[in-house]
Write a protein that binds this ligand. Structure first.
Ligand code: BES
Ligand code: ZN
Length: 844
């Protein structure tokens, strides 16, 4: 496998004229690209992938060329270095892999239809037109687009359309930008629009398979997000339009193409009358994420993919900053703490995990960069930590300087640290590099020795530790007592007299107050006892953090889950959704010790029922008029726990609600997942299974689809499992974009696990062929690693992946995931008996 050659070193493009003629009917693209730019040498190369190149002209003269398939290049010579006009004519297939230019399939009133759109990140622009397909090779683009147009169809792109002539749609020349952000779409779309305070046209586009009102929520959030960013970044949105486009087939979640953002339907469209709050929050944060990129990513772009975090970590933080500003009642940072911060801490403790800032040696490794728990969640957590160190004023001032300096250009992390360092007067680079360039994070041990509080850091590693591991971090302490050092820069420090610190501390003594720090703390027994004593008086975030610490330490066998169990009832009646979330994350972690249908499982169910009953009775199954935000967010968590606990009232009520609704479409979105699961698990019959599977296939509502798939995958009937698996490769039933969730669902179901695993192994080649180019393809492997917990399955995992360990896109994933399973196997061996005993004692 070749290492990466940078074609920008040979040729600097200035401007592209793109002519594209797309035929859905023939599944073909005809193209002509004229690119002007400066050659730095006479040997030239442009990126291409799967293009049937017909001719190459340099300054009007046809030249010989050579297509190098292995390296994705067209090679030819120019007479001398300097300005060139290169013209390439070609054809290309219109493929169904959701990359490059591709069709999306859907139907309206039973009639099959197609829209066509683009997905060019990371390196798929080269499938659509020959180019220097690297983020640094910024240029302007003028698009002329023709297609097999039917009456009523529209075409959109990064920039507004200027005219249509002889069936060709012409678009305004773009600003200077990277190839991976070029986008267009056409088809029978409906749309709505509004304008921002500064006069930018904001639009939402969707196919006509959806009610028009499902676009309203997104339009409002998009408009207000842009208003917010223009203020926060103090840098105007530079284009005339910002279109949000929902697509029936989409491999990622959403994509920040400049001026024309694309989304999975699930992440843009919201039924305003029947959508649970958590889903609205997800949609809002996804929109805010992509719009954050319009500056961070689009206006200023990472120089090379190794600095991907500059794009993604930043956008992942800003989505919360923006939504917190425009929907303050949502307390969206709680969601960040419950999801992102957690996911990052769990994944980042595994040996072999990648750092946020990671070198890229092979083209396919670019895909593996997108480890969501690291580049997204950990990166965002680190920036949250930075924000809490320097404050919003310095952050905004630094960002403004960064944008002013780098607009329409490229940047590295060092450029950002320089700008933020200047604005804050702190050596930001020195602090942040310890976090971004090293994998993992520390556990801080706080001990009392001779009446003094000592703190020391060691790398927190689940599983095999290296004896010579000398990693150190600059750790913001964020202590609950005043006057202590702000940063721990060495291995250890003396924080002072324990009695004095205890007296001065706000509440029991803690570090990492606010949970902005990407680390965990192991406290001396005496300090821990103080915390437990005061647990019910602590803020929700402090309580959540208490559970978070305990869960991670327990995973590393430093504390026992058995000791955590008796503390859980102290938090069970909390009205905070965040606390409920952590509480049942803990139960989920403890489920690994409970074999299906075992005594331990029965105890855990009784215990969980006990924990959840009071909140379940208060919250009920259905949304209430006087719900607080926390009530709405806690309900699915609490009801889910009550369902696992087989709460008889819930089971009966949910069954009744289902019967009364008559169909899945008529169920209220709140509680829908649990109601459907209850039907499949506790009241299963073939008729309702078949009916729900048909509903799944028919509905265009992505949120309902998701609920149906997670319920159907939980069926205890093995014949039904066979029916599901038989549909995995049938895009008429399950769209390839949704397959991973289905696979994960069936694999997590004890009745389906073996069948799903066998299917996976038998159809690996098909999967690679169909979805191997997706940035998140490796997460098919993660899904398995999250579930397997026996030595036998670990061996099967290792045997299957043995000969795939050298494939650059998935190599790291395989190693880290094998560790994940190995740790779980050991954990079960080490703690199973103690947990069973503790549970038995608690439920007697
Ligand atoms: N730029 C990414 C999407 C992307 C990355 C597509 C790499 C292809 C290759 C986009 O901004 C993004 O981060 N999307 C997320 C959703 C987001 C809200 C967290 C995704 O697709 O998972
Ligand atoms: Zn992103």
């Amino acid at each position: 496998m070749a290492s990466i050659e940078r074609l920008y070193d040979f040729f600097e493009p200035e401007h592209y004229d793109l002519f594209l003629d797309v035929s859905r009917e023939d599944k073909r693209i005809k193209g002509k690209t004229i690119v002007k730019g400066r050659a730095k040498q006479t040997a030239m190369a442009l990126h291409q992938h799967d293009l049937a190149v017909e001719s190459v002209k340099v300054n009007g003269q046809s030249v010989d060329f050579n297509v190098d398939k292995a390296n994705d290049q067209i090679r030819f010579d120019v007479k001398e270095a300097g300005e060139q006009t290169i013209e390439v004519s070609y054809q290309a297939p219109l493929t169904d892999n959701m990359n490059g230019i591709y069709p999306s399939y859907y139907s309206v009133d039973g009639k099959a239809k197609q829209v066509v759109s683009t997905q060019f990140e990371t390196y798929f622009a080269r499938q659509a037109f020959p180019s220097i397909d690297e983020p640094e090779a910024k240029a302007t683009f003028s698009l002329a687009l023709k297609f097999d147009e039917k009456p009523g169809e529209v075409a959109i792109a990064n920039m507004p359309e200027t005219r249509v002539e002889d069936g060709v749609h012409y678009f305004e020349k773009t600003v200077k930008m990277s190839t991976y952000l070029v986008a267009f779409a056409f088809g029978d779309f409906q749309s709505i629009e509004t304008t921002t305070k500064s006069g930018i046209k904001v639009g939402v586009y969707a196919t006509k398979a959806h009610p028009a009102k499902d676009m309203d929520f997104a339009l409002d959030i998009a408009k207000r997000s842009i208003d917010f960013y223009e203020g926060f970044y103090q840098t105007p949105y530079p284009l005339a339009q910002s279109l949000q486009v929902a697509l029936p087939d989409f491999s990622a979640g959403a994509m920040e193409n400049w001026g024309m953002v694309t989304y999975r339907e699930a992440y843009l469209l919201v039924d305003p009358d029947n959508t649970e709050l958590s889903m609205k929050q997800t949609v809002a944060t996804v929109i805010a994420h992509e719009l954050a990129h319009q500056w961070f990513g689009d206006l200023v772009t990472m120089k090379w993919w190794d600095e991907l975090w500059l794009n993604e970590s930043f956008a992942n933080m800003m989505e919360f900053v923006a939504i917190d500003a425009i929907e303050p009642d949502w307390h969206i940072w709680e969601t960040f703490n419950a999801n992102d911060a957690q996911a990052a801490l769990r994944r980042d403790a595994l040996p072999g995990v990648q750092p946020v800032h990671v070198a890229v040696h092979h083209p396919e490794e670019i895909d593996a960069l997108f480890d969501p728990a690291i580049v997204y969640a950990k990166g965002a957590h680190l920036l949250v930590m930075l924000r809490s160190l320097i404050g919003d004023d310095a952050l905004r001032q630094g960002l403004k300087a960064y944008f002013d300096k780098k607009a329409y250009g490229n940047a590295t992390g060092d450029d950002l640290w320089a700008a933020l360092g200047a604005a804050s007067g702190q050596d930001i680079g020195a602090i942040m590099k310890t976090w971004l360039d090293q994998p993992g994070y520390p556990v801080l041990s706080v001990t009392i020795e001779d009446g003094r509080v000592k703190v020391s850091q060691t790398p927190f590693v689940l599983g095999d530790k290296q004896a010579d591991d000398k990693r150190l971090w600059q750790v913001p302490l964020a202590a609950s007592a005043p006057g202590l050092p702000k940063l721990l820069t060495k291995e250890s420090a003396d924080l002072g007299d324990w009695e004095a610190i205890k007296a001065a501390s706000k509440g029991p003594f803690r570090l990492n107050v606010g949970n902005a720090g990407h680390y965990i703390v192991s406290y001396d027994d005496e300090i821990l006892a103080e915390q437990v004593k005061a647990l019910t008086t602590l803020s929700a975030i402090d309580q959540a953090q208490f559970v978070q610490n305990a869960l991670l330490l327990a995973q590393n066998n430093q504390v026992s889950y058995a000791d955590l169990l008796p503390i859980m009832p102290l938090l069970a009646d909390s009205k905070s959704a965040l606390v409920q979330n952590f509480l049942y994350q803990a139960i989920a972690a403890i489920k690994v010790f409970a074999e299906p249908d075992s005594k331990t499982e029965a105890y855990l169910q009784v215990f969980t029922r006990g924990l959840s009953t009071k909140r379940f009775e208060a919250l009920g199954l259905a949304k209430k008029a006087d719900d607080s935000v926390s009530d709405e967010l806690a309900r699915p968590v609490v009801v889910g726990a009550a369902l696992f606990g087989k709460n008889p009232e819930l089971l009966a009520e949910a069954h009744q609600v289902f019967a009364k609704a008559g169909s899945a479409q008529k169920l209220p979105a709140d509680g829908r997942t649990e109601i459907l699961k209850n039907e499949l698990v506790n009241f299963n019959n073939q008729e309702s299974f078949a009916g729900l599977l048909a509903d799944y296939q028919e509905t265009a509502n992505a949120s309902l689809k998701r609920d149906l798939s997670s319920a159907l995958a939980a069926t205890p009937n093995s014949l039904q499992i066979q029916t599901l698996i038989a549909s995995f490769q049938d895009p008429e039933v399950i769209k390839p974009q949704d397959l991973r969730n289905w696979f994960a669902g069936v694999l997590a179901n004890p009745v389906g696990q073996d069948a799903a695993w066998a299917w996976f192994q038998e159809n690996w080649d098909w999967l690679v062929d169909r979805l191997g180019g997706d940035m998140s393809f490796s997460s098919y492997i993660t899904v398995i690693a999250r579930i397997f917990k026996t030595r036998e399955k670990l061996d099967e995992f290792n045997a299957f992946f043995e000969d795939k360990k050298n494939q650059p896109g998935i190599a790291r994933e395989i190693v880290v995931d094998a560790q994940m399973i190995e740790n779980r196997v050991k954990l079960v061996e080490e703690q199973e008996a103690a947990v069973a005993k503790a549970l038995n004692g608690l439920v007697k």
